[in-house]
Structures are given as C-alpha cells and as structure tokens.
Design a protein around this ligand. Sequence first.
Ligand SMILES: NC(=O)c1ccc[n+]([C@@H]2O[C@H](COP(=O)([O-])OP(=O)(O)OC[C@H]3O[C@@H](n4cnc5c(N)ncnc54)[C@H](OP(=O)(O)O)[C@@H]3O)[C@@H](O)[C@H]2O)c1
Length: 300
Amino acid sequence: MTKERIALVGAGAAGGALALALHQAGYLLVGVASRTLESAQRCAALVGNPPATTDPAPAVVNADIIILATPDGQIEPACRAIADQGVIRPGQLFLHLSGALTADALAAARNKGAEVLSLHPIQALADPVKGAELLCGTWFCLEGTAAAISRAEQLVKALQGESLIIPAERKALYHAALCVAANYLVTIESIAVTLLEQIGIDRQAGLKAILPLIAGSVENLSHSGLPQALTGPISRGDTATIARHIDSLGNIPPAYQAIYRMLGKETVELALEKGGLDPEQAEQIRLLLTPQPPDPCLIS
Ligand SMILES: NC(=O)c1ccc[n+]([C@@H]2O[C@H](COP(=O)([O-])OP(=O)(O)OC[C@H]3O[C@@H](n4cnc5c(N)ncnc54)[C@H](OP(=O)(O)O)[C@@H]3O)[C@@H](O)[C@H]2O)c1
C-alpha cells in the first residue's frame, strides 16, 4: 500500500518530532511550513529537504495528510487561514496534536470536505531528534471520524505505537487525567521537597534525595502495575506510623495537611484492593486521616 504524503504546518518540538519519526518510518514529507522560515528550514533539513515556507498553501496542496502542530491557540486560526486560501481538497486528512482540543478545532477544514482528527502523542517532546526517538512505541490518543481514525492508525502502527480511541465529549476528562498523571506528580514532589525543607534540608538536596525513590515507584508501576506497585505504611497496615505522621503535621500549611489526609484515604482504598490491609486496619487509618473537631472541654 502506498504511504500517504505528509505536510507539516508548525515546525516546533512536537511537529518536528512527529515529522522526523514519520520520515524515518518511510513516509514522504512534501512540505514544511512554519511561522518563521528558519524553523521550517531547520525541520525540512531533518526530514528529506522538502520545500520549506512560511505559507502553508504549497505544502497543503501536495499532501494527503496535513499535521497542524502549532501551539493550541493557533490551531483554529491557522486551519481557518488555510481553508480561506482555497487549497483544501475533499479526502485530505487534517490532524492536530493537542491533548486539550477536539477535532472540532479543524472545523474549517472539515467544511471543505477534509477528514479531521486530533492525534495526541502521550509523550513529552522537547526537540525533534530526541522526540522522534521517544515517539517510537509511544501511545497516541485519537479522536475524530471513523475514517480519520483508521487512516491515523496506519501512522501509529508505522511508529510501532499504540492507539487509545476516545469520543470528543470525553477529551477534556482525558486531558484532566493526563494532567493528574504528569503535572500533579511534579506538584506532589514539590510538596514533598517543601516538607523536607521544614526540617532543614534544602530544596535541591531534597529533590536529589527523593529522585531514586520516585524512579523506583515508576519502575514498580511499570513492572507490577496497579495496585501491586503500592508500597509504604498504609499498604502494610502500619497504623502506628500513620499516627506519628499525623502528629508531625501540626506546623505545616493546612492545604498540605489536607492533601496528606485526602491522598492517604485514596491510598487506603488502593491498599485494600492490593490486599495488604484488612478492613479493620483500613477503618483505623481512615479515622486517623479524618481531621478531628477540637475537644470542647479544652476550649476556654
Ligand atoms: N511538546 C510536547 O511535549 C507536546 C506533546 C503532545 C502534544 N503537543 C502539542 O503539539 C502542538 C505543538 O506544541 P509544541 O510543544 O511543539 O510547540 P512549539 O515547540 O512552540 O512549536 C509550535 C510551532 O508552531 C509554529 N507556529 C506558531 N504559530 C503558527 C502559525 N500560525 N502557523 C504556522 N506555524 C505556527 C511555531 O513556529 P516558529 O518556530 O516558526 O515560530 C513553532 O515552531 C500543541 O498542540 C501541543 O499541545 C506537544
């Protein structure tokens, strides 16, 4: 089967990585357009030297699949500008890479008869060369028409990737889940470092000290999955240790105390699922994690 011809509009980190990965997988890049000629030329040099321009029209005209890899806020206007140039043919596939937006951002192309899709690589892409390496074997979230999804699955397969297919109305929840997985992980580590700071460990040393612990947990998630990757005092039903933790929280900001208690309660549920905790211990720990109202006899 002949491979579809690809045009890239938006030659940044993600677009460059995907274009390079597809080039390495044998796809023909027929044009690279970007806001600046320098970016377009830099990317074109990596993907077989197709014409590099600041005007997307010539790239779009020659392509079967158009990857719109501009920042999220530019996807809709860039697509509208292309549609207004009258260069879109029915049967072309327009896709963007945003995790937050649906294929509706490409409505201007759909109105001209193109298939539209959002194809979100679940990967952190900082530069085209390293990014192209990371994209091989990665997971992609696909959302769009059935015809668009089936064409995009060929691209994902060529990258030895995996597809998650979701409906448009679940895209925001999907993105919220990824935000919890990646961004909130960083926030939680920042809280941990702040707690270490309270006992005199500077932030840099604190972060360095916990990095192997974080890496070990990620490794456990990868090997053992959920809920087996869970370790620690709640997982072991170590009520006395949790009681000592609660005692130690007195002087830390109330928001951090609330986070400790809330995540602790979620951890109890995970530990029950894992089987390291009996229901009686679970109840004791839930009680410890619930803030107690002040004793009225102690209030003068
Ligand atoms: N980076 C990631 O880890 C990652 C992961 C998954 C999905 N994504 C998605 O990928 C998309 C691109 O993100 P990114 O991180 O690659 O951003 P980026 O590095 O800032 O690249 C965006 C590129 O778009 C170009 N551009 C901006 N406005 C344009 C316009 N109107 N027409 C043509 N080109 C335009 C810029 O061009 P110039 O360089 O010429 O100024 C820039 O090179 C976003 O939708 C993002 O959500 C990113």
